[in-house]
Design a protein around this ligand. Sequence first.
Ligand code: GLY
Ligand code: MN
Ligand code: MN
Length: 437
Amino acid sequence: MDKNLYADHIATLSRRYDEILGECGFDSLNVYSGAPKMQFLDDNPYPFKVNPHFKALVPVTDNPHSWVIYRRGQKPKLLFYRPVDFWHYVPPAPKTFWSEFYDIELLSKPAEAKEFLNAENTAFIGEGDRLQGWPLGSDNPELLINHLHWARAYKTPYEIACLREANRIAVAGHQAAEQAFRSGASEFEINQAYLSAAGQGENRMPYGNIVALNEHAAILHYTHLSTQRLPEAELRTFLIDAGADCNGYCSDITRTYAYADSEFAQLLAAMDEKQLELVNGLKPGLPYPDLHRQCHLKVGQLLAQFGVIKTSAEGAVESGLTRPFMPHGLGHFLGLQVHDVGGFQSGPEGGTTPPPAEYPFLRTSRTIEENQVFTIEPGLYFIDSLLDELKATDLAAEVNWDKVEDFRPYGGVRIEDNIVVRAEGNVNLSRDGFIGF
Ligand code: GLY
Ligand code: MN
Ligand code: MN
């Protein structure tokens, strides 16, 4: 990664942090990377997941027992854990694009951090349950965290470069996965092909990869990974929702493929057009829930166009008929976390604006602004449990159930891209990745 981009990023963060600390009445922050968590009655830890507030400052995701001590107006200090340990991998002392921006102290034992910490006018950000008696400072002050979460929505050029690279890596995986699907691989084998091409292990994935054949495409968070290979005659749909990591930043991409030409393949092509229209609809000043409503209108149009419903698209949105076919939100903030924080925040100080009552699974109620990064991921599914519920309502008469039966073996479609909002025209990091720039 380019050092100048990081220099500009840390300068922006420092301005933000200095202002936020001042507003919240603190002089400094103690940010803890975290400690591995042990499994119940076991001596094996769960995969280590770093405190996102730590990786917001230092692009290190795999080193527990480390700290950033940030004091207003000063060069931040990094306490970097480097034990003498013959059991585990010990990372080298940092010497990379970001290291000159920190005063680095190496810790050979976790408790050595204590002598560097100071609780005076300080906020602690992290999980401190095993740090009883340490001079940490105020424990995760809500107002301060709210300010930091609000600011995280506006990405710096460095963050956008990381998100672009996370997309490029994921796209290499997606391309290998499509090839594996077309050659008859099982879900498990397709996932292996994905990970190999991405060059990242499953613990580095931002979320559990969704690799779904046929009806499994209708299970929104399907992570089962069946080892069964299907005969060619039974290959219909392949839905893959998988991302990658770059310096702690996530990508989150979904593609759906049809094995052969069919009406479902036409539905996929039609959804692709609608998805691109929604990407273009991501405009500064528009409340995200309004774009979610536009998405439901487009889902209604597809349902009407393909003869699944007998009513107009407008009527279907009005009556709620589109909801069982598109039960999740149109998208969410993306960044250091796949569902990045702050989606429901009413303002920098806090407060919560819930999603519209009729769309409870929408993950953001924010108004769209420049330099925010969202996913746009419309879907249309044939989900047994939701269709069964629909059948028991008055709306059942508006559905062409024979058509539903035709589509049910294909599961469903979702197409998901990662978009940087720009007044002059959005940047589609995912499609850029597939095109190759
Ligand atoms: N992969 C989870 C999501 O798309 O939100
Ligand atoms: Mn996804
Ligand atoms: Mn997503």
